[in-house]
Design a binder for this molecule. Structure first.
Ligand code: NDP
Ligand code: GDR
Length: 361
């Protein structure tokens, strides 16, 4: 039975990847951080009693900023594959916490690669690095492909640039099977609530359910190539199953603005928006003239990535990969999940938990 070790298993991609690998018959080990509250809600359904002999899913406490924890875990697990998905992954937050972001996102992968070397696992353990379209930043070519020059625009992207190159360097210097997946934005109902897509689906669902009046956003004109996380984790695995390690762009090849995303969600929720104004004054009103979307400059970034569009041609040609879930299906799945959650919250707010329990049972 193959063994995989996933950092960031409690995050969006970690949860989908753990499910995917368990279904493929792997024994899956994940690294979680110590927190004062449970932080495993995305993988709780995969939890099995560790005393049972058939258990194939295990969690270990560790942190990408703590070499000794990583070395101990890698030594204990002896993984065939390591998926380094753990990171301080929020671009805007990286301007507030640049040093921590560098520690986790740049030094973290270095520590894991060193763990592989220290333990003499160069020929056994394959390594996947969660690289990002943020590397392209101020874009030098459209669409962006594996050969497009990088121009990172945030402490997050600069840290990920180090990670990208250290992965290639350890591949060339020590013969480790190490790959970068240069993934464009990918979303799902499991997406963290402060990333723009989830903020929109959750916020507008709550507006529709009467739980809040409006949402505030930053740059509505930013354009992204948004795919579905479930499609993208399959590609992370595929990259480690090849004869030779290589780096691949994973994207849909389609692009929408943040404004387009808002509009799609509003249509699904029958919110009937009318847009007014521009720049800081831009807003969207509902049919009664109530403001539902407004701009708040606090969400602007000191340096912005205005537009990203990927060319997934190499992944298609060499690995036979194309995304299965369309943009419309992605938006619908996210809106439906957030609207059911909002309806539940509205019921509790109105009638208390008693009403909610009666309904659920
Ligand atoms: P999430 O933010 O949902 O998950 C990040 C995970 O990393 C969480 O499990 C988090 O733990 C963990 N983590 C954070 N800091 C540390 C640390 N110091 N030590 C150990 N674990 C840590 O990210 P996604 O799932 O969306 O993304 C996965 C990876 O892919 C990230 O590296 C991200 O930068 C990269 N990426 C993501 C893209 C996307 O569109 N989603 C696109 C391109 C790249 P906790 O739950 O405790 O916070
Ligand atoms: P991004 O994702 O920075 O691309 O990084 P995010 O959803 O945060 O922003 C996308 C674009 O939307 C604009 N925006 C807002 N963003 C947020 N978060 N909140 C807002 O209110 C808002 N209003 C407008 C942003 O300015 C930006 O242009 C994600 C992360 O998952 C990274 O880890 C990953 O590497 C990249 O995707 C690819």
């Amino acid at each position: 039975m193959k063994k995989a070790l996933i950092t960031g298993v409690t995050g969006q991609d970690g949860a989908y990847l753990a499910e995917f690998l368990l279904a493929k018959g792997y024994e899956v080990h994940g690294i979680k951080r110590r927190a004062s509250l449970f932080n495993t809600s995305r993988v709780d359904h995969l939890y099995e009693d560790p005393h049972s002999p058939s258990t194939r899913f295990f969690l270990h406490y560790g942190d990408l900023t703590d070499s000794s924890s990583l070395i101990h875990i890698v030594q204990k697990v002896q993984p065939d594959e390591i998926y380094n998905l753990g990171a301080q992954s929020h671009v805007h937050v990286s301007f507030e916490q640049p040093e921590y972001t560098a520690d986790a996102d740049a030094m973290g992968p270095l520590r894991l690669l060193e763990a592989i070397r220290i333990l003499g696992l160069e020929k056994k353990t394959k390594f996947y690095q969660a690289s990002t379209s943020e590397l392209y930043g101020l874009v030098q070519e459209t669409p962006q492909r594996e050969t497009t020059p990088f121009y990172p625009r945030s402490p997050y992207a600069v840290a990920k640039l180090y990670a990208y190159w250290i992965c290639i360097n350890y591949r060339e210097a020590y013969g480790i099977y190490a790959c970068n997946g240069i993934l464009f934005n990918h979303e799902s109902p499991l997406r963290g609530e402060t990333f723009v897509t989830r903020k929109i689906t959750r916020g507008l669902a709550r507006v529709k359910a009467g739980l809040q009046d409006q949402i505030f956003l930053g740059n509505l004109s930013a354009k992204r190539d948004w795919g579905h996380a479930r499609d993208y984790v399959e590609m992370q695995w595929l990259m480690l199953q090849q004869e030779k390690p290589q780096d691949y762009v994973i994207a849909t090849g389609e692009q929408y603005s943040v404004r387009d995303f808002v509009q799609r969600c509003a249509t699904l929720l029958d919110l009937n928006l009318t847009w007014q104004g521009s720049g800081l004054e831009e807003k969207a009103l509902d049919s009664k003239g109530k403001m539902v979307v407004a701009v708040d400059p606090r969400y602007f970034r000191p340096t912005e990535v205005e537009t990203l569009l990927g060319d997934p041609g190499k992944a298609k040609r060499e690995l036979g990969w194309t995304p299965r879930i369309s943009f419309d299906e992605l938006v619908r799945e996210m809106v439906e999940a957030d609207f059911s959650a909002a309806q539940r919250d509205a019921l509790v707010r109105k009638h208390g938990f008693a009403a909610y329990n009666v309904r659920e049972n």
